[in-house]
Design a protein around this ligand. Sequence first.
Ligand code: HEC
Length: 127
Amino acid sequence: MTYSHAIAAARLARLLLFVTIGIALSASVAVAQTFTPRDESPEEFPAGAGRDETFYTCTACHGFKLVAAQGMNRRQWDDSINWMMEKHRMPPLEAKERDAVLNYLEAAFPPRAPAGGGGFQNPFMKR
Ligand code: HEC
């Protein structure tokens, strides 16, 4: 093998290496996107009417733990659905669906007593 052939072979090997790494990386990103929200299931959250509908409505975009971490009254949950539609292009819910979702959210994740008397701050109200 001549010197220039050796260089060409080395370049080719490096190119193949980068392509392989690229494919491996994009495959793992695709796997992460497919499985991240799917490692939760509705059964992990408080039982109640509308739980499954609510779970699948909200996990179209993000994990349900994000939802379960909040505690709000019905009006505040309603506001957060508006906010989700305005800011994050959530498709509007039919009146009946929205009612079922709100019934569940209100019952399962009500406002919690603030720890240390700090006062509850609705994250959706500070604008
Ligand atoms: C169309 C996409 C979409 C849908 C559907 C959606 N959300 Fe969201 N939501 C987002 C995005 C984007 C964020 C902010 C980014 C993040 O933290 O992941 C977010 C954040 C949140 C937060 C956190 C706010 C904070 O201050 O940390 C809550 C609570 C929430 N969503 C509730 C809901 C509920 C309840 C539903 C179902 C009724 C829902 N979302 C459905 C897109 C969506």
